[in-house]
Write a protein that binds this ligand. Structure first.
Ligand code: FPP
Length: 239
């Protein structure tokens, strides 16, 4: 089932929640849930271009996730490294361009170099755009953007009187991406959790009970089907 540009979301963002609970339900370590989650990442990312979704953004690691145990953080970092290494060729061949958003400075050098590598490798792809939010927090992103904006004002490159609601987005990590049309959060929690705060001002939200490692292409197609029936007014009235 392919969405048409008129009815389907162009940009879908995912808060992939529930990996830990998925593992705990089975009496297994949380990392096993993250591994199962990584398999779903592959399935959903591959499905996107086939379903007419041009941009997909996934929340892989938040600025708050450092509070988890050292074992879990190290396991997740190793999973991200492995994902980039094993998926690079497939993503290249699928026509998917990979980007990262978030503050890279706290990530280790090996991971950062893999991130740079896959971004460069896929830079000419245009069929689908995968953005991975890694050490990402919406407030942190706005703070970093504001710092850059303030520097431009201080250096005389930006007139403060010209600042309007189109200015800040140019400084955000997502400056080359359209805003998400749809944000999907799995696992039954109905929270934004500091994800794409500025960009999701007019996004539609879907909160589904399914845990991320159980979230299949079928669930995704069902949500995309519902999206076509939504009446998006962006603060205006029905035409
Ligand atoms: C939230 O579930 C999930 C995360 C913090 C990590 C998301 C990571 C993946 C899906 C792994 C693979 C990602 C890539 C890009 C390869 P949780 O641990 O908070 O679950 P819980 O709420 O049930 O504890």
């Amino acid at each position: 089932m392919r969405q048409t540009p008129e009815t389907g979301p162009r940009h879908v963002a995912f808060i992939m929640d529930g990996n830990g609970r998925w593992a705990e339900k089975r009496g297994r370590p949380r990392l096993l849930g993250h591994r199962a989650g990584a398999k779903r990442v592959r399935e959903i990312v591959e499905a996107c271009p086939e379903l007419g979704v041009e941009y997909v953004t996934i929340f892989a690691f938040s600025t708050e996730n450092w509070k988890r145990t050292q074992t879990e953080v190290a396991g997740l970092m190793s999973l991200f490294r492995r994902y980039i290494q094993t998926e690079a060729q497939t993503l290249l061949e699928q026509g998917t361009r990979v980007r990262f958003i978030g503050d890279r400075l706290r990530l280790d050098a090996k991971l950062r170099s893999l991130m740079d590598g896959i971004e460069a490798l896929t830079a000419h792809n245009t069929r689908c755009h995968l953005t991975i939010a890694l050490n990402y927090g919406g407030r942190d992103e706005v703070a970093r953007a504001t710092k850059r904006l303030a520097r431009d004002v201080a250096a005389g490159r930006l007139d403060p009187e010209s600042v309007d609601d189109n200015t800040l987005p140019r400084y955000l990590d997502t400056h080359v991406l359209p805003d998400p049309d749809l944000v999907i959060r799995t696992s039954g929690e109905a929270r934004i959790s500091n994800f794409l705060l500025w960009q999701s001002a007019y996004s539609e939200y879907e909160f589904v009970d399914t845990l991320w490692p159980d979230f299949t292409r079928g669930h995704f197609e069902e949500i995309l089907g519902r999206f076509g029936h939504r009446d998006r007014r962006f603060g205006g009235v029905k035409a």
